[in-house]
Design a protein around this ligand. Structure first.
Ligand SMILES: Cc1cc2nc3c(=O)[nH]c(=O)nc-3n(C[C@H](O)[C@H](O)[C@H](O)COP(=O)(O)O)c2cc1C
Length: 507
């Protein structure tokens, strides 16, 4: 089912209308408190497998003249929504979705600059700036504050090359015009930041809240550092992204973005503000408040009647959020690209379950040599995309459906021999600073630059070290209990003749 026709939903509003037309978005008209209640409603809707939400009656933000009274969330929470937003007529299967994303991540349609756009219908400067005029939730009762950057695409520029990056990085309101941010040096904006620090100059930043969700889908995914996400967004949408320049920073933002916050981050540690803790994608509120690089806001620009965009972070079994769903697709596609680039042969399918966002990845191969699984794992662990992901790599044979947990479990149960190199631990690698199973001192970004992850490969393929056995028709593993093909064919043909009583015979 190819893209038909190319989508023209080039902003958040049209994307939301399209989702609503497919029954995938509901408006919440009853009053909801931004303080803990909104986040709790969002979690309960995730648990009930409900739609994306537009909150339009947020306590303290409903008065006439309020700067912003609406918040959209959950647009990417589910594979049907992701399929629709990527231009398909309905939900497509995981394999097809991953293949589409793999293809589109490699295509480019550069953006176009236009003189001005709706994002500048309102420009707030100087003493008028107050981030609390936006309906930013206290998403979770244990969060350190109101998290404004949950699904904001943060735009920065390399001061040497001028190349532009968009990334999703968390940030909390610490004052009317201040946003301390979690700055991880190995992320692409972290590399830009290192250059500004070296120059002793503040880094210009623009945070975009609310545009077509392909922006969040791509900004929240590790495309290669030299790739500008705007080029890839254009490819996904089939037309160039229309951009305007910020009012106080020389950075490009979508002309039809809902809200943009512009500012600078000073390299002076004295300017850092306290940030954290935050209910993270791991499903834990596991880090400690720390003074972090802080955006000093120089402008808020927005459309008339803007919609603020945010997301409830955090995977929980049965109630995972949109980062989990988009990561299950993107992290599989990016792993596939990594294996292709590394020349690893025989990759047939890749599966990431939404609940772990790609911390665990299952790769199905047609095995070409006994070391094949280690080839897969070492290629994945060598890529920059492994920073927060691929802690567990499970490799299975072609007869195991990686998307079927019971099949993977069976392969681990009977094709893996603990104590052999079927299980390989690779300790002390760069990795997630927010995994609660790592001791706090080993996930200090300040001390170590990144978390230290012990990674594990589970090679659940049938080992070639076993000699082929004549009694098993020359196979290395015994036959399974699956019926002989000819017996099964005969039974299926005669199915109706068995006259099951009390059962319709199934499918
Ligand atoms: C909802 C959401 C929240 C995220 N929060 C953070 C964060 O706080 N810090 C971070 O370094 N990465 C965070 N990420 C992951 C990054 O967005 C991701 O690694 C992306 O690749 C960053 O862009 P970059 O590769 O251009 O640096 C988040 C992703 C999503 C989807």
């Amino acid at each position: 089912m190819p893209l038909s026709p190319p989508p023209t939903d080039m902003d958040l509003r049209r994307a939301m209308a399209m989702l609503a037309a497919h029954g995938e978005l509901a408006e919440v008209k009853g009053e909801v408190d931004w303080n803990r209640e909104l986040g709790t409603v969002a979690r309960e809707v995730l648990r009930r497998k409900g739609p994306a939400l537009l909150f339009s009656n947020i306590k303290d933000y409903g008065l006439p003249g309020a700067r912003c009274g609406q918040l959209a969330t959950g647009l990417l929470a589910g594979h049907r929504r992701i399929s629709l937003l990527l231009g398909f007529d309905d939900e497509i299967g995981n394999h097809e979705l991953v293949q589409h994303v793999l293809r589109m991540n490699a295509e480019r349609i550069p953006p176009v600059f236009i003189d001005d756009g709706p994002v500048h219908e309102n420009v707030v400067l100087g003493d008028d700036i107050d981030l609390r005029e936006l309906p930013v939730p206290q998403w979770h009762h244990l969060d350190g504050g109101r998290y404004i950057n949950t699904f904001g695409a943060v735009i920065t520029k390399d001061p040497d090359t001028g190349s532009v990056n968009a990334g999703v990085y968390r940030g909390m309101i610490s004052g009317p015009d201040k946003i301390p941010m979690l700055m991880v040096p190995s992320q692409h904006w972290g590399r830009h930041w290192a250059k500004y620090v070296q120059r002793g100059e503040p880094m210009p930043v623009a945070c975009v809240y609310g545009w077509h969700p392909v922006m969040d889908f791509l900004a929240g995914s590790p495309l290669p550092p030299d790739v500008c996400e705007y080029d890839v967004m254009g490819a996904y949408l089939g037309e160039p992204v229309p951009l305007v320049r910020g009012r106080t920073v020389d950075l490009p933002v979508p002309a039809t973005a809902e809200i943009v916050v512009e500012g600078f981050i000073s390299p002076d540690p004295e300017s850092y503000e306290m940030e954290g803790p935050f209910g993270e994608f791991t499903g834990y509120v596991s880090d400690v408040p720390t003074r972090r690089p802080t955006i000093q806001v120089t402008a808020i620009t927005h459309r008339d009647s803007p919609v603020f965009r945010g997301t409830l972070e955090g995977s929980l079994p049965g109630a995972s959020g949109e980062n989990s769903y988009m990561s299950s697709v993107q992290r599989a596609a990016i792993a596939w690209q990594t294996l292709k680039t590394a020349g690893v042969p025989g990759v047939r399918d890749i599966f990431v379950h939404p609940v772990n966002n790609g911390t665990t990845i299952v790769v199905q191969i047609s095995k070409v040599n006994e070391g094949h699984a280690k080839w897969v794992a070492s290629a994945l662990w060598a890529s920059g995309a492994a920073l927060y992901r691929y802690k567990y790599v499970i490799v299975v044979d072609e007869d195991i459906d990686p998307g079927d947990y019971s099949a993977t479990d069976w392969a681990i149960a009977y094709r893996v021999r603990p104590g052999t190199d079927d299980i390989v631990v690779f300790p002390g690698t760069f990795g997630s600073p927010i995994d609660p199973s790592t001791p706090l001192e080993e996930r200090s970004v300040d001390d170590l630059g990144a978390g230290l992850w012990n990674r594990m490969l589970i090679d659940a393929t049938k080992t070639w070290r076993f000699k082929p056995q004549p009694q098993w028709n020359g196979a290395r593993f015994p036959p399974t209990v699956a019926p002989a093909a000819e017996d099964l064919a005969k039974v299926r043909e005669r199915w109706a003749d068995y006259h099951f009583t009390g059962w319709d015979g199934g499918r």
